[in-house]
Design a protein around this ligand. Structure first.
Ligand code: G3P
Length: 228
C-alpha cells in the first residue's frame, strides 16, 4: 500500500468532479498536469480524481490525491459504498467530506473525521457558511473548505464576490481550532482569485471547473499557481 503524500499550504486542491473532461484518460492527464505544475512551480497542488480512478492516479503521481467522498460505514455488507479503509488502501492522502454536491448528516461527518484521523487520512470538510464552518471546526477536521453553493461553477470567485465569508470563516474557525486549515472555493479561475483568497487569510483554494473545463488546463493551472 502506498502511503499518502502530505499536503503543504498554501495549496490548490483540484476537485475534478464527474465532468466528462475528467474521466478515464483525460482525468489521468489532468493529474499529470497537476504534478508537472507542482514540480515546475514548487507549488502545493492536490487532486481529487473521479472515484474509480483514485487508486490508479494515486499510484502514478507524486502529489497528494484525495477521494471526492467516502461513506460513514464500517467495512461489511454495504453494496456500492466507499469505506475509509478503501480510500486508504487506494493510496490517497485524504478525502473531501460533505461537498455541496454530496451532503452528509452531522453524525456521519463526525464519524468520518474521527475514523479518517485514526487511519492518518486528511479530511477537507466542505461548508456553505460561517456558522456551519464553526460547527464543523468543533469536530477537529484537518481542513474546512467554505464554498457558497450559489457561486460554484459560476466563474465568479468567492474571494472577490464574497470576501467577508472567507475572512470571517478563517477568523471563526481559527478561534475554535488554531491548527485547522481553511480553504475557500467556488468560482475560482485565476491567479488573482487565489491571491485574493490568500490575502483574506485562507490557506488555499478548492476548485474545479476553472481547470477541468478550461481550453488549456495546464495554462489555467499555471496562472492559478501564480497566486500562491
Ligand atoms: O469542489 C470545488 C467546487 O465545488 C468549486 O467548483 O467549479 O466553482 O471551481 P468551481
Amino acid at each position: 500500500m502506498k502511503v499518502g503524500v502530505t499536503l503543504g499550504t498554501p495549496a490548490i486542491v483540484l476537485n475534478v468532479k464527474t465532468y466528462v473532461e475528467s474521466v478515464g484518460k483525460t482525468g489521468f492527464e489532468l493529474a499529470k498536469i497537476c504534478e508537472a505544475v507542482a514540480s515546475e512551480q514548487g507549488a502545493s497542488i492536490a487532486i481529487c480524481p473521479q472515484q474509480v480512478e483514485l487508486a490508479k492516479i494515486a499510484s502514478s503521481v507524486n502529489i497528494p490525491c484525495f477521494a471526492q467522498h467516502a461513506d460513514a460505514v464500517e467495512p461489511g455488507s454495504h453494496t456500492g459504498f466507499v469505506t475509509l479503509e478503501s480510500v486508504k488502501e487506494a493510496g490517497a492522502s485524504g478525502l473531501l467530506v460533505n461537498h455541496s454536491e454530496h451532503r452528509l448528516k452531522i453524525a456521519d461527518i463526525d464519524f468520518i473525521i474521527s475514523k479518517a484521523a485514526s487511519l492518518n487520512l486528511l479530511t477537507i470538510v466542505c461548508t456553505n457558511n460561517i456558522a456551519v464552518s464553526k460547527a464543523v471546526a468543533e469536530l477537529k477536521p484537518y481542513a474546512i473548505a467554505v464554498e457558497p453553493p450559489e457561486l460554484i461553477g459560476s466563474g465568479r470567485a468567492v474571494s472577490k464576490e464574497d470576501p467577508a465569508i472567507v475572512e470571517n470563516t478563517v477568523k471563526e474557525v481559527k478561534r475554535v481550532d488554531e491548527s485547522c486549515v481553511v480553504f475557500c472555493g467556488a468560482g475560482v479561475t485565476s491567479g488573482a482569485d487565489v491571491r485574493a483568497a490568500i490575502e483574506l487569510g485562507a490557506d488555499g483554494v478548492l476548485l474545479a471547473s476553472g481547470v477541468v473545463k478550461a481550453k488549456d488546463p495546464k495554462a489555467a493551472l499555471l496562472d492559478l499557481a501564480t497566486g500562491l
